[in-house]
Design a binder for this molecule. Structure first.
Ligand SMILES: Nc1ncnc2c1ncn2[C@@H]1O[C@H](COP(=O)(O)OP(=O)(O)OP(=O)(O)O)[C@@H](O)[C@H]1O
Ligand SMILES: [Mg+2]
Length: 257
């Protein structure tokens, strides 16, 4: 099987009037079709910079990033990546329905088929009764689900998630990450999740990439193999191997703090 995404020896620095800030240092990894990667690393190490580079918001200085073998940012793949940020960016002056259709509207792709897909996701993920509500009438978890549907409506081949649950309280966060983990599995979406939360990374990912402090370099990539049948994020937290993965990643992060 060929990788969906190849990040090869990527380095990047920011250049400002104050000087140069190195953010990424020789990052290399691959993502296979259907795979879920999590990225953990110290605050300010360069995690968002890495996601921004993958969706071609920045030009990298060194190295290359390929999607299905072609450099990212080219016509053939620029619209294949969905990016979900920490803030849901739902627009209060539009209804929930109009919000989830926004991306399609911008791309002029509001076709009957795409609308049917959105309707189906709204029903499946418990938001159909809130189609005409305003975002402020939704709970935090419902808002995140609406933001995810808006992203999935574009049928991206790869999802980038930058701390999408960090604004939620702990209990909601557990439920929403479980929900979203199941949704992504059902839709067979490959994804890269950036998180501060080691447990969240282990519970959701097939592999966890540990980054060093800035400039981010890869310290270690840990494959997560939990001996449970139904690998939902919540069930994963109760797997017997969970704690040893937690301790391993915790130690690696602290070694490099
Ligand atoms: N546009 C920019 N210009 C200059 N420096 C920047 C810019 N964006 C980020 N930086 C710096 O680059 C470093 C990495 O930033 P980045 O946002 O990628 O880190 P992060 O790991 O996502 O942080 P956090 O954990 O807080 O989300 C930080 O030191 C930051 O100050
Ligand atoms: Mg960040």
């Amino acid at each position: 099987m060929k990788p969906l995404l190849e990040v090869r020896d990527v380095s990047l620095s920011y250049h400002t009037l104050q000087g140069e800030t190195a953010a990424l240092s020789h990052i290399s990894f691959t993502l296979m079709p259907g795979e879920f990667l999590a990225i953990v690393g110290p605050s300010g190490c360069g995690k968002s910079t890495l996601l921004n580079s993958i969706c071609a918001l920045f030009e990298i200085e060194e190295g290359s990033i390929l999607m299905d073998g072609s450099p990212i940012g080219t016509q053939s793949n620029s619209s294949r990546i969905g990016y979900m940020l920490q803030k849901d960016h739902l627009l209060e002056w539009r209804s929930v329905y109009k919000n989830v259709l926004l991306g399609l509207e911008i791309r002029k792709e509001v076709t009957p088929e795409k609308k049917a897909l959105v309707d189906e996701m709204l029903a499946t993920y418990g938001l159909d009764k809130f189609k005409n509500a305003r975002p402020s009438q939704l709970s935090g978890g419902m808002r995140q689900r609406a933001a995810l549907i808006r992203t999935l409506a574009l049928k991206p081949d790869l999802l980038l998630l930058d701390e999408p649950f960090s604004a939620l309280d702990y209990q909601t966060r557990l439920n929403v990450s479980d929900d979203i983990g199941k949704i992504l599995k059902k839709e067979h979406k490959p994804a890269i999740l950036v998180t501060h939360d080691i447990s969240e990374a282990i519970s959701m990912a097939d592999r966890v990439i540990i980054l060093s402090k800035r400039p981010a370099a890869i310290v270690r990539i840990v494959p997560i193999d939990l001996g449970i049948k139904e690998r939902t994020p919540l069930a994963s937290r109760n797997a017997p191997e969970f704690k040893s993965y937690f301790n391993l990643i915790w130690k690696e992060l602290n070694k490099n703090a």
